[in-house]
Design a protein around this ligand. Structure first.
Ligand code: PMP
Length: 435
């Protein structure tokens, strides 16, 4: 029995079934490569779900954490604050694209950042309602699930969810939902379900992550901003997946020129250490009373040290420019693959910077989702040493999220494996996947 198989059976006996996993048991990892407990090498196009934008174990991040560990690892910021947190807040305040004077608070997970952004928007507006969008993902806490617009696997059996959360359609041109229709549905929601004067916030991802890498059209964000301004609604940009240089700009919203009021960050913020942030206009951020925000581990010193190093690395290694180039190389490969004979089940290739995905369909006319073939591609890639992630409300999208520091030869090797995996999955879609 392999060490992986042994661990897999121990896991089945010890870990709750709801914690879904793959059978890749990590032993060690460096930049864009990961080795499992059996010594098998993988190229990592998942980056811990868009977390290791600076690669696994970036030396500058490792050094910063090791140095911090020599000083102290936890004091609780509310009890004995520290300079690293303040410095990170100063830096995030400078870069968050609100166009205003900002304030920051730190917590630990993406879901917590979302929860806090909503708390702050409610405290500022004194209103209860929040509008999110179909296909959105905002976390697995009760409020996160309520805001999420994707039932499986996130919401089934876990309700009831907090009240006063509404969903409007998200524009998805590939499936025929235009910005005009999405905005018209939002206006209908205001007429039929909730007075816009009772809405505290809109929360929107610049590129929907779990929902299938659906890019917010610029016009959609412009219209949301107008509606928000008209009714005094806070516009929250959930940049947990798209932020921190992933899309070729520090924040996904920057592509549109639209300025959000609050920004949530996590994942790529601290290069593999748990940390999240809410940064936004000081007037709004300061609306919550002292003691209303925070947590025991919020802004952990090791994570904060990592985040300060991550921001240095993003600048020093020009990771925004690199993300753009990575995205260009991936998109070129995928569009030429999709144009080949026999590749008609690749229905769409889309992305922003190094956040690129392709959607699998039964055929390009009906656009019927092909989730089984999607799973097969992921399995074929895994067998060949490439870690891929699927996503999408229809479970038929493969997203590519390599570290932004990936070596060019490893990127192209990964893309070769991807092509081979797609070919194998299409040609052998009825036979079992190789072990
Ligand atoms: N918002 C977005 C846009 C996300 O992609 C995620 C995580 N996939 C979250 C929130 C939740 O983050 P976490 O898993 O750290 O709670």
């Amino acid at each position: 029995m392999t060490a992986s198989a042994d661990l897999y059976s121990r896991q089945k006996a010890a870990v709750a079934a709801g914690v879904g996993t793959r059978a890749i048991f990590a032993k060690n990892a460096q930049n864009a490569e990961l080795w499992d407990v059996d010594g098998k090498r993988f190229i990592d196009f998942a980056a811990g779900i868009a977390v290791n934008n600076t690669g696994h174990r970036h030396p500058a991040v490792m050094r910063a954490v090791a140095d911090q560990a020599q000083q102290f690892t936890h004091t609780c910021f509310h009890v004995a604050p520290y300079e690293g947190y303040v410095r990170l807040a100063e830096r995030l305040n400078r870069i968050a694209p609100t166009g205003h004077d900002n304030r920051t608070m730190l917590v630990t997970t993406g879901a917590e950042a979302v929860e806090n952004a909503v708390k702050i928007a409610r405290a500022y507006t004194k209103r209860p309602g929040v509008i999110a969008f179909s296909g959105a993902f905002h976390g697995r806490t009760m409020l996160g699930m309520a805001l999420t617009g994707k039932v499986m696997p996130y919401k089934r059996n876990f309700g009831p969810f907090p009240a006063e959360i509404y969903h409007a359609p998200f524009p998805t041109p590939f499936l025929g939902v235009s910005t005009e229709e999405a905005i018209a549905s939002l206006e209908r929601l205001f007429a039929a379900d909730i007075d816009p004067e009772r809405i505290a916030a809109f929360i929107v991802e610049p590129v929907q992550g779990e929902g299938g890498f659906n890019i917010s059209p610029n016009e959609f964000l412009v219209r949301l901003r107008e509606i928000a301004d008209r009714h005094g609604i806070v516009l929250i940009a959930d940049e947990v997946q798209a932020g921190m240089a992933r899309t070729g700009k520090m924040f996904g919203f920057e592509h549109s020129g639209v300025k959000p009021d609050l920004v949530t960050m996590a994942k790529g913020l601290a290069g593999g250490f748990p940390l999240s942030a809410v940064t936004g206009k000081s007037e709004i951020m300061n609306a919550a009373h002292a003691g209303g925000l925070g947590g025991t581990y919020a802004g952990n010193p090791l994570s904060v040290a990592a985040a300060n190093a991550v921001l240095d690395v993003i600048g020093d290694e020009q990771l925004c420019e690199r993300a753009t180039e990575i995205g260009r190389r991936i998109t070129d490969r995928l569009t030429s693959l999709a144009s080949r004979q026999g590749m008609e089940r690749i229905g769409d290739v889309r992305g922003l910077g190094a956040m690129v995905a392709f959607e699998l369909v039964e055929d390009r006319q009906t656009k019927t989702a092909a989730p089984a073939i999607t799973n097969r591609i992921v399995a074929e890639a895994e067998a060949r040493g490439l870690i891929l992630l699927s996503c999408g409300t229809r479970l038929n999208v493969i997203r590519l999220l390599p570290p932004l520091t990936i070596e060019w030869d490893i990127l192209s090797e990964g893309l070769d494996i991807l092509e081979a995996s797609v070919e194998a999955a299409f040609s052998a879609s009825l036979s079992p996947v190789a072990a």
